[in-house]
Design a protein around this ligand. Sequence first.
Ligand code: G6P
Ligand code: ZN
Length: 564
Amino acid sequence: MSFPIKEIQTKPFEGQKPGTSGLRKRVKVFQQEHYTENFIQAIFDSIAVKDSTLVIGGDGRYFSPETVQTILKIGSANGVGKFIVGKDAILSTPAASNVIRKYKATGGILLTASHNPGGPNADFGIKYNVSNGGPAPENVTNQIYEKTKTIKSYKVLEAPPVDLSKIGEFTYGPTKVSIIDSVADYVSLLESIFDFPLIKKFLHDHKSDFRVLFDGLHGVTGPYARALLVGSFGLSEDSLQNCTPLPDFGGGHPDPNLTYAHTLVEVVEKKGIEFGAASDGDGDRNMIYGKGAFVTPSDSVAIIAHHADAIPYFKKGGVKGLARSMPTSKAVDLVAQKKGLEYFEVPTGWKFFGNLMDAGRLSICGEESFGTGSDHIREKDGIWAVIAWLNIIAAVNQNSSKLIGINDILNEFYSIYGRSFFSRYDYEEVPSDGANALVEHLNKALESGSLNNTSHKAVSSSKEYTVSGLYNFEYKDPIDHSVSKNQGQVITFSDGSRVVFRLSGTGSQGATVRMYVERYVGPEAGAAALAEPAAEGLKSLIEVALEISKLKEFLGRDEPTVIT
Ligand code: G6P
Ligand code: ZN
């Protein structure tokens, strides 16, 4: 059928600058007349749109179905050749990355604000990914931003709305539209990576002493987890909770950490469940949490790398290199050193891993912010991490007479490599002035060298830390040689401990300050010292970090909002 194309006059909106993870604002902002349309037209003005193939997906949050219709109308009017759309506007971020790669699409538009709450009074987001399946690099997002500043009109196809609930292919004006199953391609991808029969057998043999609980936090991963845990591995529906995606995530904060995923933590502890896991709104983050056993994301990536041979994808293809974001603990570096692998320290943000993967130099990487993944796609992948852990656990139990669980795997790892005690303190939505003053204060100390070699005693333990260095982290990409400056302020201490201060780049209101603390204890310290609760192992260092930074003074906060 042919439909008319109409050009609609508009005026630029301020502040449509996409960050690392796209344009994220309150829903009410996106609902202003022309606001969303402007941004979408700016995307099409910034890419080779003629005859392109574009994927549309997202976490199903409030305002997604409307926005898919807007993208279809504007995209078709601008010459998109084909749209591949997840049924009901749903494709998790990792699933979308896979679909872009698998069908060799030009790129994809993801409707998500990741782990931020959703609903009419919460957040919405639009993110553009490029043909490698990863987030658009800065030259593309800058281009989109430039276009939003001068936009005068946008084009729409005047066609009735598309039914997003019916799988199939049809024409929509000059454009083909294919509505696809949101889950199927992703499940076959994971089948090609992991040892499904081994996992299935292990879970079947240990029905009663190794129970699994996955919490979808009402985000997008529920249907994926059901297809895998129930469909592929034969577990019962009891292994799932909060697995129906809801537009407002049930009013919760869909972020898998000890604070926001308390629904998981409570049930795991109450029922003594051996293996618990959760993922965030759009499915790229993960948390692994069994009874009395919390795996910090920094340890998680290191342990997956240590056991990589248990995973067929790595056994076959080999592990090319390892990487972490700067604030992530150095546990994975130790694995790389032991295995003789190349390893990298990049700024916070998954996009920094993409170039290394495309260049064939990186296989497994992770971030302290509950992101773990590999070069199977170009986003971090929550469900991948959960299945990686199940695969590893199934493998190490193969010839064992007694059940080896999460804590056994952690302790064995610490006995080989030592332990990097790690914690992050988040001060959310603090006044921007205070946050900037804190950054200033540290920059001054950095420039003057005033803190170097100063010693600081923790009040509670009288343990002393001596500052050995202070610097602003800067990264030069080894592939495209681009330089990223001011990626976090690092204070190092003479015992190898480290504290990092960084402003969050993903908040939508005020500023969020993150303080990361890390203290390494070698394997010679012995099992008891290595198994100490992280809060204990880090107490003195945290006191010292707070004193040096004067954080409480600058932010006017006594306690952090979230501790992970
Ligand atoms: C997103 C990115 C991650 C990054 C995180 C940092 O989740 O995908 O790669 O680690 O943001 O968030 P922050 O709030 O610390 O800037
Ligand atoms: Zn996310």
